[in-house]
Design a protein around this ligand. Structure first.
Ligand SMILES: [Zn+2]
Length: 302
């Protein structure tokens, strides 16, 4: 593996810009609250800007009205964002431009392989279509992942190493069903919004290497990444919109906020539970210590 010189935002003295980027596929549950809270507090503690981006590029998975409920929930929890909300659905032209540039620079190719075909050869895509010169018909677009990044230093979890198989894969940047792939949109928007620090859940711990590869290929500075533990059930299931994790209570944010702070290792004093949402957020901002977040990829919350 060749060592890749990663260009990082911290090489310059750019002011901190963080973001929370929910997809409107459901309401906020406890798992998304801890992510929102951690990224918010980390930004505030660093005198940074905190942005909210709605990742609404997968209409079949969207729940009607969810964006509005998510934003109302953030407000009710005292998590006030700076600047306008960015909706990914308004970014299509930019994504299309970048896709065209990558394609014209011979940095991507059309692929017609099905999931079943890839599974049959062991689950890792080995570049079968790279030399086939397929046209766009019934095809996804894959990135030619030269100089893939396979490891990075995480702000919370420390050194993260991914398998060569996963890191080197020519991953999909445009889906066969005509939708932009998550990896493409998220990187373009982190660049677009000048994000310097990404605090999010460990479900994206591995996938970060793909994003780092894409930042390299686009020749853009990479943000710092920090991944907080996932909240899981005692059976080890991740709380997610897909498995119908309960939405957090909009009327009484205090209890959920205290529970989230405890989850994040922040040791809130007992008397804080009697305080207003605003005071809890104020205490949490002043006392936020990223170093106290448990270095675990998941924590059971039941
Ligand atoms: Zn293929």
């Amino acid at each position: 593996m060749t060592a890749v010189q990663i260009k990082r935002s911290q090489d310059t003295v750019k002011p901190y810009r963080g973001r929370f980027a929910p997809s409107p596929s459901g309401y906020l549950h406890f798992g998304s609250l801890i992510t929102a809270l951690a990224s918010f507090l980390d930004a505030r503690k660093n005198n940074g800007t905190w942005l909210v981006r709605i990742e609404d590029i997968d209409p079949p998975r969207e729940k009607a009205g969810a964006s509005k409920v998510i934003l109302n929930t953030l407000e009710a929890y005292g998590l006030e964002w700076d600047e306008d909300i960015l909706y990914q659905s308004t970014q299509s032209e930019l994504y299309r431009d970048k896709l065209a540039t990558l394609f014209n620079n011979n940095q991507s190719y059309y692929c017609r392989c099905t999931r079943a075909q890839i599974k049959a050869i062991g689950g890792t895509y080995l570049g079968y279509c790279k030399s086939k010169n397929h046209n766009a018909e019934l095809a996804a677009i894959r990135l030619i992942n030269n100089n893939a990044v396979s490891n990075y230093q995480d702000l919370i979890q420390g050194q993260v190493n991914c398998s060569a198989e996963f890191s080197n894969e020519d991953f999909i940047i445009f889906r066969k069903d005509g939708l932009f792939a998550y990896q493409l949109a998220v990187v373009i928007d982190d660049v677009f919004q000048g994000i310097t620090d990404v605090i999010r859940g460990c479900d994206l711990l591995e996938s970060t290497v793909r994003q780092l590869s894409l930042f390299q290929i686009l020749n853009k500075a990479t943000p710092r990444f920090g991944h907080i533990p996932l909240a899981v059930t005692t059976q080890g299931y991740k709380l997610s919109k897909q498995n119908n994790a309960p939405a957090i209570n909009l009327k009484q944010p205090q209890m959920s906020l205290i529970k989230a702070l405890v989850f994040l290792g922040q040791q809130p004093p007992k008397e804080l539970s009697a305080c207003s949402t605003k005071d809890i957020i104020l205490w949490a901002t002043q006392h936020w210590q990223r170093d106290l977040i448990p270095k675990q990829t998941e924590i059971s919350i039941e």
